[in-house]
Structures are given as C-alpha cells and as structure tokens.
Design a binder for this molecule. Structure first.
Ligand code: URA
Ligand code: URA
Length: 259
C-alpha cells in the first residue's frame, strides 16, 4: 500500500528539505525512510511518472498504527495549518478551515474549498451546500460527527472562484497528511475540482463518476458537489446512487454499521 508521502517537490519547490523535516518532527514523526533507491532528479521523475506515482523528492514515513496517536498528530497538524501563509489565499481569509469530524472515521469527504460561511466559522460545509451534505451523510445512516470532512484548499478563494493550481499545490501536503492520519476506508470526492485534484485527472465529473479509484491506498469514489445539487435537482438521484455504492462498500470493508 502506498504510504506517507509528505513533500512533493513537483508541486512545491519552495519548501526546503530541512523545513519538511522540522514539520514532520513538529507533528510527531520520529522516523523517516526512503522507500526505494534514489535516482538523479530527471530519472526519478521519469520513473515516478511512468509508474503513475512517486514524484521526485518525496520523503516517506509510515504514520503510527495507533488511532489515538494518529488523532493527536492530526490535531497538531490542524494547529500548524491554522497559521499557514504558504499561498495568497492567506491574505484575505478570516479562518483556516482545516477539517472536522471523527479523526479515525471510516468515511472521508473531500470538497473544494471553504465558502463565505465556512470562512466565518472555520468549519467545512456549514453553509447551504453543507446542510445538504449533512443530509446526504444521514441518508446512508451516518452522522456528520462519524465521518471526516475536509477540502482541497483550506482557505477561501475570493468570490468562491476555483482554487488556482499553485494554491492547490501549496495545500496538497496538508490534505495528503489528513488522509494518511485519518486512514479512512473510503473517500468520497465532492465535485469536479476535488475529483480532478485527487485523481490527477482533467476530465469531466460525469466521466470520473462510476468507478473506484485508489487515492493514497484508499478506495475513492466521485460524486456531484452538493452545491451542484442545489442548482440542478437532476443530480440528486445519481448522487444518491453513488452514496449507496459507498455505503455497500463500507459494509463489505467491515465498517461499523452504515444503515
Ligand atoms: N464547498 C466546499 O467545497 N467546501 C466547503 O467547505 C463548503 C462548500
Ligand atoms: N460540475 C461540477 O463541477 N461539479 C459537479 O458536482 C457537477 C458538475
């Protein structure tokens, strides 16, 4: 299974290795290892891309098996991210919206980025789309507090524009850490931006739906963003169908009783 991948220099050349090591130590890592022989950067990149994985410069380390330890690391990561100024979205935000829910959840939802209400409250999916997401979670027999909810970017893009590639890249390590620390059984990507980012795809939402993917070793499904359901009720039925597939898979994977 792919493991802990923290620094991805293909996306962020600005963070020196020593900073990465400090960061890892801050959030509780004691050991690091490189999983394979390290080649010169050009060859490393070619090899990684050929394998569909492992961009140059990644440092990998295994997160602890103990759920309580991982939950503690997640909390420390959240504190650290609350002061992040790695991209321009820091300038106009009111809050960093890190994530919410059960730090050891079996199911993780990943949206695009905070809207106005989320920026006010510092909690993901608390506006109108969030109310609908809460209902979608309830429809498969779970409470909001039983899942983990996060976004691709942690700070609100002005006017709710799409996050820019450099903003996504700056935030990506945080999301990857969240996935590795929560270690859910299933991820649901909400909407095109989340799905394209997680799957490294450029295709439409409709084409990404209906398949299982692996994201950092976690089975991942794509569905419509709840905000899209507010604009087009025709998306409700396929979203419901996607969620039934997710519920069934959680059951198969031995998750604690989604209804
Ligand atoms: N839309 C998102 O993608 N995320 C939120 O947190 C709220 C709305
Ligand atoms: N297009 C999007 O970008 N997101 C959706 O959820 C649906 C259509």
């Amino acid at each position: 299974m792919p493991w802990w991948i923290v620094n991805d220099n293909r996306h962020n050349n600005s963070r020196p290795l020593v900073g990465v090591l400090d960061y890892l130590r801050d959030i509780g890592f004691e050991e690091l290892y490189r999983p394979q022989e390290v080649l010169p950067p050009e060859q490393e990149l070619a090899r990684g891309e050929a394998a569909g994985a492992t961009p140059v410069g990644r440092v990998e380390a295994a997160p602890p098996a103990d759920p309580a330890e991982r939950a503690g690391m997640l909390a420390r990561l959240g504190e650290k991210v609350s002061g992040c100024t790695d991209c321009r979205l820091a300038e106009r935000r009111n809050s960093v919206v890190f994530g919410v829910g059960d730090p050891n959840a079996d199911l993780m939802f990943i949206g695009e980025g905070p809207g106005a209400e989320e920026d006010r409250q510092g909690i993901p999916f608390v506006g109108r789309a969030g109310e609908l997401l809460t209902k979608i979670i309830g429809a498969i027999g779970l409470e909001r507090s039983e899942v983990y909810i996060a976004n691709i970017v942690k700070c609100r893009p002005p006017g709710n524009r799409d996050p820019q590639p450099d903003e996504v890249a700056a935030c990506r390590g945080y999301l990857e850490s969240q996935i590795d620390l929560v270690r859910p059984k299933v991820i649901v990507a909400l909407g095109r931006v989340a799905a394209q980012t997680l799957l490294s795809e450029t295709t439409s939402l409709g084409r990404m739906r209906g398949h299982w993917y692996q994201v950092r070793g976690v089975e991942t499904r794509v569905t419509y963003h709840p905000a899209a359901l507010l604009r087009n009720v025709g998306f409700k039925r396929p979203t419901w169908e996607d969620m039934q597939v997710v519920r069934d898979r959680l059951r198969e994977l031995g998750s604690k009783d989604p209804s």
